[in-house]
Design a binder for this molecule. Structure first.
Ligand code: NAP
Length: 233
């Protein structure tokens, strides 16, 4: 349970999409400072926002963010990519890129910030999964989100001794650039951000951000062939 008021917060991928909504939400709840990242340098007029260039594929880039954000108390591992393509015939470089950004990226961030969170009182680490962590049919993206879901659950145990709250988030379609080409019902980034930040402040270990995530989680004990979705790409 970590109150946002007065905290220093990191949001990877905070320049746009869900990350931008998370930045807005923590500022609205009184965050003292928000380190918000994009892959290239950018500006933000709000005095509490510290824009920072970050590529989660690079350990050096993550280390530079950690040096700048040494006062961080809450870290949102939000940055991610979706490169559509089948596992068997899709570009193999897209598959390794997806894992580098969606799995090894947040793991690099977690490793760099674990000692910082410990030094600053424990705090919270939030990892973005997806409803596709649980459903086949989304190729490398779904596989990467299954992997980061598993990593989150292990990190929760590894970080327990230092008192860090580790929260994993599952969501269906969110209305951002990532899925702009897909026709589907989408939840607004602001609504998802509100539910995630509620989870941080309530001490939750998991946030199911929409009805689809609640329904699919409930179906996990059912037949495996039902755990499939064809992405509307
Ligand atoms: N949209 C959905 O339907 C949905 C559903 C469930 C889960 N999610 C997850 O929610 C998170 C946010 O997604 P979104 O929909 O907001 O996506 P988005 O609109 O495409 O934004 C992605 C963000 O990630 C950043 N990013 C991409 N590659 C990066 C890299 N190598 N290093 C650092 N930052 C990088 C981007 O930075 P730039 O600004 O520099 O491009 C951007 O800020 C992702 O983890 C995604 O998988 C999304």
């Amino acid at each position: 349970m970590v109150a946002i008021q007065g905290k220093a917060v990191v949001v990877t991928g905070g320049r746009r999409g869900l990350g931008a909504a998370l930045v807005d939400e923590v500022l609205a709840r009184g965050a003292a400072k928000v380190y918000s990242t994009g892959r290239s340098a950018f500006s933000d007029d709000r005095p509490a926002v510290v824009p920072h260039a970050l590529d989660v594929r690079s350990a050096e880039s993550v280390a530079a963010l950690a040096r700048t954000a040494a006062d961080a108390e809450i870290v949102f591992n939000n940055a991610g990519i979706l490169l559509p393509g089948p596992l068997l015939t899709g570009d193999f470089g897209d598959i390794t890129e997806t894992f580098d950004i969606n799995v090894f990226g947040p793991l690099r961030v977690a490793r760099a910030f674990a000692p910082i969170l410990a030094a600053n009182g424990g705090g919270a680490l939030v990892n973005m999964h997806s409803v596709l962590s649980w459903l086949g049919g989304a190729g490398a993206y779904g596989a990467s989100k299954a992997a980061i879901w598993s990593a989150t659950n292990s990190l929760r145990s590894e970080l327990a001794a230092q008192g860090t709250q580790v929260l994993g988030v599952h969501a269906g379609f969110i209305d951002t650039d990532m899925v702009s080409s897909m026709a589907a019902d989408k939840t607004s980034p602001a609504e998802v951000a509100r539910r995630i930040v509620d989870g941080v402040e309530d001490g939750a270990l998991e946030v199911l951000a929409d009805d689809i995530s609640v329904g699919v989680k409930a179906a996990l004990s059912g037949p495996v062939e039902k755990l499939f979705v064809a992405l509307p790409v």
